[in-house]
Design a protein around this ligand. Sequence first.
Ligand code: NAG
Ligand code: NAG
Ligand code: NAG
Ligand code: NAG
Ligand code: NAG
Ligand code: NAG
Ligand code: NAG
Ligand code: NAG
Ligand code: NAG
Ligand code: NAG
Length: 640
Amino acid sequence: MSFSTLVAILASALACAAQTTVVVNGTASHNIPETLWGLMFEDISHSGDGGLYGELLQNRAFQEVTPGTVAALAAWTPVGGASIAVIADSTPLSSALPNALQIIVPDGVAGVGNMGFWGINVNASWTYNASFFFRFPDTLPSSDVTATASLVSASGGTVFASANVSLSPTADWTQVFTTLTPSASAPDTLNNFTVTFKDFSGTINTALFSLFPPTFMGQENGMRADIAQALLDLGPSFFRFPGGNNIEGNTIATRWQWNNTVGPLTSRPGREGTWSYINTDGLGLYEYLVWIELMGMQPIMAIWSGFSLGGQTVANSPDALAPYIEQARQQIEFVVGNTSTPGGALRASLGHPEPFTLNFVEVGNEDQFAPSTYLYRWPAFMNALQPLFPDIRFLATTFIFNPVLGPTPQSYDSHMYDTPDWFAKNSIMYDGFLRNGTTYFEGEYAAISVNPSDLFGTPANGRFTFPTMNGSVGEAAFMMGLERNADIVFAASYAPLLGHVTQNQWTPNLLAFDAGAVIKSTSYYVQQMFSLNRGDAYLPSTRADPSGTLFWSVVQQNAPPAFIIKLANTGADAANVTFQLPAAVKGAARLVQISGNPTDSNTPESPDKVVPVTSSVDAGQDMVVAAPGFSVSVVTVPIA
Ligand SMILES: *[C@@H]1O[C@H](CO)[C@@H](O)[C@H](O)[C@H]1NC(C)=O
Ligand SMILES: *[C@@H]1O[C@H](CO)[C@@H](O)[C@H](O)[C@H]1NC(C)=O
Ligand SMILES: *[C@@H]1O[C@H](CO)[C@@H](O)[C@H](O)[C@H]1NC(C)=O
Ligand SMILES: *[C@@H]1O[C@H](CO)[C@@H](O)[C@H](O)[C@H]1NC(C)=O
Ligand SMILES: *[C@@H]1O[C@H](CO)[C@@H](O)[C@H](O)[C@H]1NC(C)=O
Ligand SMILES: *[C@@H]1O[C@H](CO)[C@@H](O)[C@H](O)[C@H]1NC(C)=O
Ligand SMILES: *[C@@H]1O[C@H](CO)[C@@H](O)[C@H](O)[C@H]1NC(C)=O
Ligand SMILES: *[C@@H]1O[C@H](CO)[C@@H](O)[C@H](O)[C@H]1NC(C)=O
Ligand SMILES: *[C@@H]1O[C@H](CO)[C@@H](O)[C@H](O)[C@H]1NC(C)=O
Ligand SMILES: *[C@@H]1O[C@H](CO)[C@@H](O)[C@H](O)[C@H]1NC(C)=O
């Protein structure tokens, strides 16, 4: 026997000695709430405009821009010698959309182009809906003018699709529609949408352009299909929206206001979002709710609570607070009011007479940043709204129990951004909480950096650009604790959900995307493994050492009857863990496992670097699960 073989045998004996055994109790401690795993959304990093919202044109309606400036022309370029400018039209399209794009067309073929949201996906299997408004502000042309709408390569060399529309000579705003069907898919997303004019020279004013591909499940003014499908594939139960910081606004005037986001697009002014770009509000309250229903989710909807992120706060007086409380009441009424109420009637007029489901309303966002004023804002909103909507559970958004609020919150929304280690060590966070009726929503959490002293710093200092396996296994360890405490933790969502690869204000994000691709992160797969294998009842088991590297959770599934074991290994060393199950099992177990190097990420260059692998393993009542270093495993064991 060689020395190295001896060492190997000793090492393996030591590994065996250190082997972990988990005893699983057959008596469930609590049911898994049906809301447990879901999605948190706000428009950040173009997750809404340019992301989930299907519109392909950027700055389509010149909302909230300063006429005459170069910035007002963002995403637009003149084509063929036209000169273009954003003007405050003397005859505005609508009071919400006062700006127009004025095009001065010389002889020849000329017009205007839009680059989309840093690209346009031209797919030959799609038919695109294109539309815009026009009017001739000066001398009317003597006959119809032909406008050609096209999808072209940004270099101008290739025309993938084009269609002619006839513009009647009118000084009144008129909308024209056409469809575009590409003859071939573009090799990349460096494409523009153009509108050009031929045999016309003169001035034309244009407004509210739109270009839509087929949307997810055909929703009108709906969602980008590949992003929505990736979200559906997570099997989410809820959708928290519309923020997040983005509901707050940087000022009171620029807060998110539901009534500016419903009805015709011509009546939506848009707003300066909290995350440094203008929100079109094309993705409005009604679009959110219809889509949430299509996805089989339920909303966790936020109302504005009197505090804007820039520090403006509504004063502590009933008169000052009243209009904002009333606007929140109207927002809730729009969602759930019957059709005899103004809100319900408006909803019905848009096509949804039935109330939407609404069980949870969040009062603000992260009000730990303004705790002293939340002391009066919380009771003002609660005392007015809870009696009107007794079946809705309102969530407080300060730190849990801090400050002490009255009326006592039924639920809190708590947010955690930290290191992989923090998440593992804090998997016990909720274990010691009193079971006294208060429930918790872990509304935002993510491992974002390996550097605890510079958590929100740069990639050079440890901040993740994309989720890493180190972070994803840390989150999985934390999620074991959420399942163990799901009697009081009723919902949890990773955040942020979506971020444009290059146009982002925050990393990492669960899904990264650009104009053509969606990249599923390692944390996406971990979320999916938990969500699709959530089971029905939690089975208590031997406690994991919170300072160790192995974390687990065992649940029972009713149909088909099975034990579901989840195991995270946050360390580098492989381990075998034996789960002593409380009933006889049969046949083959299904193992879904993700593992990789701790620094591995799925990126645009290698989007499938780390993906879960499904295999079949022998089922046993003493079920041994082999956990490689930095891995998450889900084992479904059929009950005999
Ligand atoms: C299983 O849990 C039940 C209920 O909490 C408890 O009475 C019982 O002692 C537990 N069994 C074991 C083996 O720990
Ligand atoms: C084009 O669309 C089809 C159908 O939606 C889809 O299957 C395909 O992946 C798309 N191609 C690209 C390059 O996006
Ligand atoms: C497409 O848009 C880009 C960005 O605005 C611009 O640089 C380019 O000239 C445009 N191409 C065409 C053909 O209009
Ligand atoms: C659009 O009209 C022009 C003439 O103005 C014509 O040359 C062109 O073929 C037409 N395009 C389509 C797609 O019908
Ligand atoms: C495209 O236009 C058709 C016909 O008007 C309409 O049925 C469809 O809903 C539109 N698609 C989107 C995404 O709005
Ligand atoms: C929305 O409501 C606010 C406050 O009630 C009001 O100031 C604003 O004009 C409304 N917006 C629209 C588009 O009606
Ligand atoms: C509709 O809702 C209002 C306000 O909650 C209520 O007063 C009224 O009775 C309801 N009407 C019907 C028909 O349910
Ligand atoms: C994983 O993250 C922790 C911080 O939570 C860090 O200390 C550790 O070095 C990281 N591991 C690797 C291999 O990057
Ligand atoms: C539950 O206990 C916590 C901690 O003592 C307390 O802050 C909270 O108000 C209690 N909840 C209820 C509903 O009494
Ligand atoms: C786990 O068990 C397998 C099969 O018995 C064995 O080959 C492997 O070495 C064990 N791994 C560890 C880390 O003990």
